[in-house]
Ligand binder design. Structure first.
Ligand SMILES: C[S@@+](CC[C@H](N)C(=O)[O-])C[C@H]1O[C@@H](n2cnc3c(N)ncnc32)[C@H](O)[C@@H]1O
Length: 224
């Protein structure tokens, strides 16, 4: 058979057609892998919030074999396709996709029930600016329920810092607000305020390509 005309199973083609694919995930996965390798504990369970296409989860599970990676996202339109795509990789350290929205007051308890243990770290890439502010508040409130002392919350995205917004992020902010007035590039100081209110300290900011920033929060010792 001519290899170039050989097509894969039709069902798989159909899934690929509806699967969400993120060009930005392809661009940022390598710098994110480096930052995560440096910041995450060497082994343990990581819960990813807002996994979207699931591409980061697959890539991190492939490259961080000592980490158990649990992806989640609330977008039910692409759940089936993303779940199937994740399952196709048959990675022993990549868990099935969970349906979690940080605006759901029960999300942390639902995660705990599904994972059967508390995660050691949370990772949230490109969510808090493409969601209303309560999504950020809910993220930290749930993280406080899930993470013990020194537990780590890793955020990635564009931020305003000290009142300064890079020109590319200013344009992005305007674009976001045109999509939904409740979306927008967040001020790191506001995010740190929510973090502090939930017992998290800002441990580190890591400049990333394209005016993005990775932000590491650590659960304070003795936080309720
Ligand atoms: C821009 S995508 C980012 C996807 C992926 N992390 C990436 O960087 O490619 C934003 C994702 O946030 C998810 N999302 C929106 N609101 C959310 C919430 N309150 N809790 C969890 N995820 C949410 C959406 O379903 C969407 O998949």
């Amino acid at each position: 058979m001519n290899k170039s005309t050989h097509s894969s199973a039709p069902a798989q083609d159909k899934l690929a057609a509806v699967r969400r694919v993120s060009p930005s995930a392809l661009r940022n996965r390598e710098p994110l892998l480096k930052a995560l390798r440096d910041e995450l504990p060497p082994s343990g369970l990581v819960l990813e919030i807002a996994s979207g296409s699931g591409e980061h989860g697959v890539y991190m599970a492939q490259n961080l074999p000592e980490i158990d990676w649990a992806p989640s996202d609330p977008d039910r339109e692409v759940h089936g396709a993303t779940s199937s795509w994740i399952a196709q990789h048959k990675l022993p350290n990549l868990r099935p996709l969970l349906d979690l929205a940080t605006t759901d007051a029960q999300w942390a308890q639902n995660a705990l029930a599904a994972l059967a243990r508390a995660p050691d770290a949370l990772v949230c890439i490109n969510m808090i600016h493409i969601a209303p502010w309560p999504a950020c508040e809910g993220l930290f409130a749930g993280a406080a329920e899930l993470l013990g002392e020194n537990g780590l919350l890793f955020l990635y995205g564009p931020f305003a810092q000290g009142g300064v917004l890079a020109p590319s992020n200013e344009a992005f902010d305007q674009w976001l607000k045109n999509q939904d007035p409740n979306w927008g590039v967040r001020a790191l100081e506001d995010v740190c305020g929510v973090a502090a209110g939930n017992g998290f300290d800002l441990a580190k900011t890591i400049p990333m390509p394209a005016n993005n920033t990775s932000v590491v929060f650590i659960r304070e010792a003795g936080a309720p």
